[in-house]
Design a protein around this ligand. Structure first.
Ligand SMILES: [Zn+2]
Length: 64
């Protein structure tokens, strides 16, 4: 499974930068923080709004 890191993204859990990896699992986008292991799925719905799947785009997470 191919993972790619999201440039500029900040983990909503540990607030570290450039630690979020994105990949696709069973047609669901999964985002995981390599630093703390925090995981989000597109099924959570928030993820779609917060994550840009394009590598060139800088995405920022906004902790609720
Ligand atoms: Zn984290």
């Amino acid at each position: 499974m191919r993972k790619r890191f999201i440039a500029g993204a900040v983990c909503p859990h540990c607030h570290k930068k450039d630690t979020l990896a994105l990949w696709r699992e069973n047609n669901v986008d999964v985002v995981e923080c390599a630093a703390c292991g925090h995981q989000m799925r597109e099924a959570d719905k928030q993820v779609r709004d917060q994550v840009c799947s394009q590598e060139q785009v800088i995405c920022i997470f906004h902790p609720e």
